[in-house]
Design a protein around this ligand. Structure first.
Ligand SMILES: [Zn+2]
Length: 121
């Protein structure tokens, strides 16, 4: 376990009572690394864009807006989404069958993870 010197910010091993870098008295001016990890992890969990993706929403987006790859933007498959969007425009929507088929694959759980590999809920 190490702690962070509240005075200069350097990482200090727990065995020191004074910061070896700046000499500050540590028990009164330090935050433990564990506390910092906990705080940043909590922030991460509450990021809105990081919430699990809904299978129902993804399937509906694919069936109705799959022509523009909207469901892949939603799921985080950005490269595929861009290709679908461009194809949808240059083929005047004929490529929409691709997105529609993906909607069916999502419903039948053939596509069951998002772009980050997390299961759909
Ligand atoms: Zn220090």
């Amino acid at each position: 376990m190490s702690k962070i010197c509240g005075n200069c910010g350097s990482k200090v091993d727990d065995k020191y009572h004074n910061c070896p870098t700046c000499g500050a008295n540590l028990p009164y001016s330090s935050v433990s690394q564990q506390t910092i990890d906990k705080v940043s992890k909590t922030d991460y969990n509450y990021t809105e864009t990081d919430l699990p993706k809904s299978r129902k929403v993804a399937a509906l987006l694919a069936l109705f807006t799959g022509i523009l790859g909207i469901h892949n933007f939603y799921l985080g498959y950005y490269k595929k989404a861009m290709i679908q969007l461009i194809l949808g425009i240059v083929t005047f929507g004929f490529s929409g069958i691709w997105g529609f088929l993906e909607g069916i694959l999502i419903i039948f759980e053939v596509i069951k993870v998002d772009g980050k590999g997390r299961p759909l809920v």
